[in-house]
Design a protein around this ligand. Sequence first.
Ligand SMILES: [Zn+2]
Length: 286
Amino acid sequence: MKRTPESRAPADAETRKGVKPVICYPVDTLPVPDMALYSAARQKMKLMEEVVVPPRDAATFRVAAGNFFRIVSIQGPQVGDLNLWAATDLSERFYSGKTRALHGTHLSTWDRMWSSFPHMRPMATITHDTLDWYGFDTFGAGVHDVIGTRCDPYTGLLLSGHEYHRCCHSNLTRALASETGLSLDLAEPHVHDVLNVFMCTGFTHDTHQYFMKASPVRPGDFIEFFAEIDLLGALSTCPGGDCSSEHSSDAAACFPLKVEIYQADPGILANWSPPEPSAYSRRHGK
Ligand SMILES: [Zn+2]
């Protein structure tokens, strides 16, 4: 829908629009991950566990702080929706919006997944991404976005009038309920905006609408994370498959994804410890 402005532009409209933007959160002062340490720790890491997420479903996994996990494409191009929580506190969870504000619309190697207030610390650091060659294409699309939310039954019902229960929001809700013993009603509010793993997305140049296109991921591709804190993760295999046409239905070809948990080389990380929660005093001006 193209909106027609109802207000008349002022005489200095072009001057106002011509003001140069500034970066909201310059990252010069953002603490950087110890890349040399993480690179060394992943050299001799050992595969400990594998979790296969069936198509149009979700599964949970746990990773101890100081270990690594990978999300791997195994049978065909497939997008995954990732949620992360602190293993012992579901109120500390991945904060997609702040991560976007700090790292941009799409994540790749050495970007971090930040947790919600009042914790605000890195939950995971991306240590390898076989799709980092993609960058941004001519449509403005990139891979692994933090601009979408997750496909959900509410928006589907609003737009189509039909209920669909295999969307990522519902998949993640069922998986979290099963993992924690919570009812579906109690588990649902803990499901949050995701990292859209392998999803290729952007905003259209003309109307700035959220778009998706066929993911460039192929079997063998993976994205790898260092767990900064003890994590509970949930991964949904999006019913959109490679998200080339539609989601929220059984129409798209859909494939499993694999989560691999790796033990880091313990000698390398002997002096490493998980990041502390934010030191903000929480006085809020009182
Ligand atoms: Zn989805």
